[in-house]
Design a binder for this molecule. Sequence first.
Ligand SMILES: NC(=O)c1ccc[n+]([C@@H]2O[C@H](COP(=O)([O-])OP(=O)(O)OC[C@H]3O[C@@H](n4cnc5c(N)ncnc54)[C@H](O)[C@@H]3O)[C@@H](O)[C@H]2O)c1
Length: 241
Amino acid sequence: MTRRVAFVTGGGRGIGAATARRLAAAGVAVVVADRDLDAARAVAAAVDGLAVRVDVSRPDEVDAAVDEAVAWGGGLHFAYNNAGVPGVRAELGVYPDEVFWRVQRVNVGGVFACMRAELRHMLAAGGGSIVNAASGAGVGGVAGAGAYVASKHAVIGLTRTAAVEYASRGVRVNAVAPGLVRTAMVDGLEDFEAAHPIGRAATPEEVAEAVWWLLDGGSSFVTGAVVPVDGGLTAQIPGLS
Ligand SMILES: NC(=O)c1ccc[n+]([C@@H]2O[C@H](COP(=O)([O-])OP(=O)(O)OC[C@H]3O[C@@H](n4cnc5c(N)ncnc54)[C@H](O)[C@@H]3O)[C@@H](O)[C@H]2O)c1
């Protein structure tokens, strides 16, 4: 059986690292891509995968990293475009320009550049499956997080567009939209856990499980979907729950 190969950005820690471990447990050969090469190496070593340094906001680096992944694995079947940054907490009236654009370059530009590189290889090979990291902040506003919210809405737009463009050519494209997940990114946001009807934040492993379902053949008729993994956060009518 030919081995299946996955490219995971932001795989050095948090949800990306949990997804790399989940994929490896399913027998997938995993390329752990991160701007933090030491972190990527630690995860890759544990899953017998390849570590690659990449800043996803740099399209040239993304192209090189995806090429390296394909050369190592002999193909590319799955991709989880997960690298992302939160920006700062500030209202839009005073939101700093440079942070706003940095968030767009990483969260939106990164997903765009990654999908473009991944699609090139997947189309040449006859198909593949891509999952992008959206967020509950991709389907509604969050006070103080304007740059992040804008970026995650854009990720959902890119996901739906790619799904429609490539559905007939064997590539499925979906997104996960987590609520709060216990990772370094959300240090200090513990108070927000109570807003989730389930009453707690997710573990990275719970998100990884949804990513794996979307990547693998079990979701063969699912494309263009934005799957909430948020303990009911975005299902509730605010104020009535
Ligand atoms: N943690 C949450 O509550 C939560 C909720 C919803 C969505 N998300 C999204 O899930 C994804 C992962 O979140 P996390 O909590 O695991 O984050 P994290 O901060 O724990 O890990 C992010 C990883 O991405 C890497 N990274 C950051 N910028 C990069 C860049 N430019 N190029 C390459 N790698 C880069 C970091 O080095 C790090 O290893 C993000 O897109 C985030 O927006 C997280």
